[in-house]
Write a new protein. Structure first.
Length: 396
């Protein structure tokens, strides 16, 4: 098992990459290694022409292991980062900075953070890796704000897609990287989306780069009706225009039998069918995700192509919600994946099934006939708050 930890020792901060033997819980030989990253650059972060990864960053995105290479994304700092490491030796392979020469600007001042809503980079069968970036400047390189990138293990950018209204997205804090990306199984297509509520269906063999009205995308559509064209004045005094929906993506889509399932904030989980390279909106769940819950990433369990169950974790009022006065327990729900209007199970049906408090961006997983959910046992106001692991399964 690979993970990144944040360490502070005697006032010195560092990130570390760990390789854990899951049979013993012990560090593998050569683990952990301290993460260092630097690139040439001229933005305000640069010192003597060099930008260095520092403790202003968060390592939020999930890690990816593909063909013996680990991929690690960082965000929340002045510029976003993507690093690649050899999984066997834990030696660093390459470093990609998303905005080495242009400062972040706007409400939060970041540039190209790899957030991905708790999801992570995605890899295809050819070893290509896909990652989305957040607010920032775009110029087709070396600045890669609000884009979906196709890279190799050396982190060369081999193709990309950037919404035509990226400057509006940047101005309104509508990161493309608020949610994750999903590769459609058995096809050369990718689905992504961000805070603006627009979904992008991208051909991975020709991602389209940046074209007027997103002409390079195979399809764009909003999760919910009612999107409007709006303007925004940047802190540079420029007026920019773009489209904004009524809901936002903070998760990653799930796939089952020709359909993908997407959860938004706020709103229900919606099913989209993919046929002949075109997405069509379909059924929705009766239950909705509440506003400021940071959406949801659904998970499908099945017996091959049958007996599909769509698992959805509603974070409710997560412990990080800046609006709610106090957190609320998460809710685990299960739906028939062939008819998501049919609720099979909800943790509110039995008080004994109530999980801990919601934590934004967590998602359920299913293994060995059980569902595992990460929650918080205590609120953030508690001294030394503890986490909680809730396990659901059939009782005998």
């Amino acid at each position: 098992m690979y993970l990144v930890s944040a360490q502070e020792n005697g006032g010195a901060f560092s990130f570390r990459l760990h390789a854990i033997d899951i049979t013993t819980g012990q560090q593998r030989a050569g683990s952990p290694v301290t993460i260092h990253a630097s690139v040439p650059g001229t933005n305000a972060e640069a010192v003597n022409g060099v930008i260095t990864l520092n403790n202003s960053c968060l390592q939020r995105a999930a890690l990816l292991l593909s063909r013996g290479t680990l991929y690690i994304g960082f965000s929340a700092c002045p510029t976003g980062w993507l690093l690649s490491y050899d999984a066997a030796s834990l030696n660093q392979i390459a470093v990609l900075n998303m905005s080495p020469d242009v400062d972040g600007y706007g409400q939060f001042g970041g540039a190209g953070g790899v957030w991905m809503g708790g999801g992570g980079p995605a890899a295809d069968d050819q070893g290509n890796v896909y990652v989305s970036t957040g607010n920032g400047f775009y110029n087709a390189g070396p600045e890669w704000g609000d884009s979906i990138l196709k890279v190799d293990a050396q982190l060369h950018i081999n193709d990309h897609f950037t919404p035509y209204d990226w400057s509006f997205l940047q101005c309104r804090d509508l990161d493309v990287s608020a949610g994750g990306v999903m590769l459609v199984p058995g096809q050369s297509q990718l689905v992504g989306g961000g805070k603006a509520g627009k979904m992008y269906l991208i051909n991975t063999t020709n991602m389209g780069q940046m074209q007027p009205n997103d002409a390079g995308a195979a399809q764009t559509l909003f999760f919910s009706p009612g999107a409007t064209s709006q303007t925004c004045v940047t802190n540079k005094g420029d007026t920019v225009t773009g489209d904004m929906g009524k809901t936002s993506f903070y998760g990653t889509a799930a796939w089952f039998n020709g359909s993908l399932f997407v959860g938004n904030d706020p709103g229900p989980v919606k099913q989209f069918t993919l046929s002949s390279g075109h997405l069509t909106a379909g059924a929705t769940t009766a239950e909705s995700i509440s506003a400021f819950s940071y959406g949801t990433t659904p998970f499908v369990s099945s017996n091959g192509t049958s007996a599909g169950i769509l698992w959805v974790l509603d974070h409710g009022q997560p412990i990080q919600d800046p609006i709610a006065s106090s957190p609320a327990p998460a809710i685990l729900r299960a739906y028939d994946a062939t008819n998501i209007a049919h609720l099979l199970y909800s943790s509110v049906q039995n008080p004994a099934d109530t999980p801990g408090f919601g934590i934004k961006f967590t998602e359920p997983i299913v293994a060995n006939g059980k569902v595992f959910v990460e929650t918080a046992h205590d609120s953030l106001s508690t001294a030394s708050p503890q986490g909680e692991l809730d396990v659901y399964g059939l009782k005998h």
